[in-house]
Write a protein that binds this ligand. Structure first.
Ligand code: ADP
Ligand code: MG
Length: 607
């Protein structure tokens, strides 16, 4: 990321929303800067005026005004009191700064996380197709938190280090110009080394972050596929994969650490050499009568304060560089506009009117990536209230076809029309609200059975009776009643786990509650035993009442009564028609049918 962009980033917009906190932190820091300029002067007075008995400076007399006679008698006591007061105020300012900046940083991280996550939620399915879960998780949880030093260090540098540096340098110039200019001799070296090493730390940190995301991906996948890994005995291979990622992340971290080490060492040596040079020159300046010993003391003290910002840069340097890399990763995600990946709402999208007549696929072409075309010029119509079945080999594009209707992906050519209007003219929400999906995989949320069903219709809170009714129609009421806490049973990892048939019926209850006119089912009976299958199919018949159904299945007897059966092969419709029509054609459907029914009743195979 170019430096200018930081000020327009999410990070700074989150910061702008915390003006009150930010200004109190800034005030505390500026106050510390002011105190550091006052701090060495009591020492100079003690040294020059009390110990060496020199006449007091004009400035001191002028500041004291009418109190000078009293002050001059108690110079030592007053100097000590001022010294202590400065230390006390400095402590107070530090305390305020720490408390307020912690709160500020936590609030900014909170905002960053929420805005990043809500952006990710807006991204189309294609994004999740490309980016692993671990990668997304690490950006939202770790990267956001690791931007902290950017704020912590950045604000300290801008509001304390730089004002201190400038203020002290101006005072030093007014005391002894040549001597002050000498202290600047180190600046070019320090600036160059900060830039040079900073680039390298940042680059290594970016690599480290990338490897760590992959680490998260490997872990997430391994957790999800545990059973399969165990069965195939692939645990060792996965451990090796993780170890490889760890190694790469470790190497990058060590590289970043080494550059940081070089930087610290180089600056420490340079600063110590600089101080020695100052003492040497200072002694000559005292002998030549340009400055007093007390003033050299002030100079040396200021020199320490002057190099403090530099030391602060060193301290925050590694962290800030890392934080910049994290911030880049956040900005990278924020920069993805949903429209770049296809699916997005047109500016004048209208709410979809209630579904009345038909869904039409008109010359639809679709491909997931540049190489593989899934559909080409596909056309068919579905009338309202019709039950349409899609059958075909696996990989023929059945699930893909379903996913085009709620616009999980957009077509690459042609149109999908509902009641004669392109679905892209509707707002996404209103389109999806009229569709219920019973997906192939069992998506059960980590909450109660009740909530799991109620989620079917989040826009309008479901009454208890409605949920019971949906469960009854879905043939799910009976098994739910037998769960330990009935409808209040918690589901998911660490809680009750449902069988395939039970989960499917729960999903059907969810779809029933949704009460959407268009229902999409992806292999509702696959992987079920015959008894569960019968129960699911009964539930499914209830779901069908008054609705338009598109069902993908391998289970041909369940769809023999469908109004239209579409047979897909490699993304093309090879046949379509009713069950009887298709049997007469003696084509692919006929073949599937005989194969399947034949398995059950050999005597029934015709011919
Ligand atoms: N998310 C995806 N990204 C890229 N290619 C995909 C994706 N999902 C499916 N495919 C490919 O599209 C083709 C059709 O897949 P799919 O619609 O799932 O088939 P079916 O449901 O009929 O088994 C397959 O070749 C598959 O590899
Ligand atoms: Mg499928």
């Amino acid at each position: 990321m170019r430096k200018g962009r930081l000020f327009k980033s999410q990070f700074s917009s989150a910061l702008r929303q915390e003006k009150a906190l930010l200004s109190s932190v800034i005030f505390a820091l500026l106050f510390q800067a002011a105190l550091s300029m006052v701090q060495p002067w009591p020492l100079q007075i003690i040294f020059d005026n009390v110990i060496l008995g020199k006449p007091p400076g004009k400035l001191l007399v002028r500041i004291s005004g009418p109190f000078w006679p009293t002050i001059s008698k108690n110079l030592l006591t007053i100097s000590i009191v001022v010294l202590l007061a400065v230390a006390l105020l400095n402590g107070l300012a530090l305390y305020v700064q720490n408390i307020r900046s912690t709160r500020l940083i936590q609030k900014v991280v909170h905002r960053l996380r929420v805005s990043l996550f809500s952006h990710v939620m807006e991204l189309p399915v294609a994004y999740f197709n490309k980016v692993g879960a671990g990668e997304i998780v690490s950006r939202i949880t770790t990267d956001t938190a690791d931007t902290k030093p950017l704020l912590e260090g950045g604000i300290i540098l801008v509001c304390r280090s730089i004002p201190t540096f400038v203020g002290i340098f101006l005072i030093m110039m007014s005391m002894d110009l040549p001597f002050a200019l000498l202290t600047l001799a180190l600046a070019p070296f320090l600036a160059w080394s900060t830039y040079f090493f900073g680039q390298r730390v940042k680059r290594a940190s970016r690599m480290q972050r990338r490897h760590e995301s992959q680490l998260a991906d490997v872990t997430a996948l391994a957790v999800r596929t545990q059973r399969c890994l165990k069965l195939l005995g692939l645990q060792d291979q996965e451990v090796q994969r993780l170890a490889d990622r760890c190694l790469q992340s470790r190497r990058a971290a060590v590289e970043a650490g080494s550059w940081q080490g070089f930087y610290t060492a180089a600056t420490t040596v340079a600063l110590t050499a600089g101080t020695a040079l100052m003492v040497l020159v200072g002694v000559f300046r005292i002998k030549a009568g340009y400055i007093s010993p007390g003033e050299l003391l002030v100079f040396m003290n200021y020199l320490r304060s002057l190099f403090k910002p530099v030391r602060e840069v060193t301290k925050y340097f590694n962290k800030i560089s890392k934080a910049m890399a994290c911030n880049e990763r956040i900005e990278e995600v924020m920069a993805i506009a949903p429209c770049h990946l296809g699916v997005c709402e047109i500016p004048n999208a209208i709410p979809m009117p209630p579904f009345r007549e038909e869904i039409e696929f008109k010359d639809v072409s679709f491909q997931y990536d540049a190489e593989n075309r899934i559909f080409e010029g596909m056309s068919f119509r579905i009338q309202k209230g019709q039950k349409v079945a899609v059958v075909g080999d696996s990989g023929s594009g059945k699930s893909t076809l379903l996913s085009l209707i709620p616009r999980f992906f957009d077509t690459n050519g042609g149109q999908i029309l509902i009641d004669g209007r392109d679905i892209r003219s509707f707002s996404l929400d209103s389109l999806r609200r009229q569709i219920a999906i019973v997906p192939q995989e069992h998506i059960i949320f980590h909450t109660t059975v009740m909530e799991n069903i109620a989620l079917g219709r989040p826009e309008q809170k479901a009454r208890r009776e409605e949920i019971y009714k949906a469960a009854e129609k879905a043939n799910a009421h009976e098994f739910i009643s037998q769960l330990p806490d009935g409808y209040q049973t918690e589901l998911g990892t660490g809680h009750v786990q449902l069988s395939g048939g039970q989960a499917k019926r729960l999903l059907i209850a969810r779809a029933l509650l949704r009460n959407a006119p268009i229902v999409l089912l992806d292999e509702p009976t696959s992987g079920l035993d015959p008894h569960s299958e019968t129960q699911v199919m009964e539930a499914f018949d209830n779901l069908m009442e008054q609705r338009t159904i598109l069902i993908v299945t391998h289970d041909l007897p369940t769809i023999a009564n469908a109004g239209l059966i579409i047979v897909l092969r490699e993304g093309r419709i090879v046949e379509s028609g009713s069950h009887e029509e298709l049997l007469e054609k003696e084509g692919l459907y006929d073949f599937f049918w005989k194969e399947q029914v034949g398995r059950i009743l050999p005597a029934d195979i015709p011919r």
